[in-house]
Design a protein around this ligand. Sequence first.
Ligand SMILES: [Zn+2]
Ligand SMILES: [Zn+2]
Length: 224
Amino acid sequence: MVPVVQLYARNVPDLVFPAGTDLLQILWCPLVHEDDQYAANPRLYWRSSALIAAGATAGEPPRPHTAEGDYLPRPCTVSPTPAVEYPNWDLPEGLGELLDERFEALKDERGYDYFEVATTQQSKVGGYPGWTQPPDWPDCAGCGTRMEHLLSVTATEPGMGRWLPLDDRDPRQDGDATPSWRAEADPGALVAFGHGMDLGDLGGMYFFVCRICPDTPYTHRYDC
Ligand SMILES: [Zn+2]
Ligand SMILES: [Zn+2]
């Protein structure tokens, strides 16, 4: 198993942790599995950092002797940035078509696209799953309720546009004069951008939880 996501409660204040936990870890087996998802096989753990620290061992993290490169992340950090997200694939049926004219007008008037500025396919906690294919929301195996989107790990970390962290902007661009959706990354920062996984054909792994059932069961979906 390789570590993929590690989030502390203090860094993501809007993420609800189960009682007694303050650390979320996702690991996965970085091989292609011949199950219905045909991808890496993840495990999700809610932990208490106090208990982890007590038994911590220092040293190199274990590396798999064999792995599919698409699912093997390079070490990187996250800089959580709160944002309000609007639905992309999850727009209610027919609403996209109804709004299409307004989206076009918006683009003509202001120069930006709804999908560029209001939705995001970057890795994220909360919001909408970063689907690259039509939605496939899971129902909880225990209670049958539609599960809650917990987080998405997506291949798409574009080095430009609305969601580019301010710190990573190209200093040669005039920050005040450049609208956020035209922002470009510092070429130096781009080299170290993101986890480096292609996740198939630039897809994503989406995690869901049920907060009604005991022990917060989870499941995942994958598309590419
Ligand atoms: Zn495996
Ligand atoms: Zn449930």
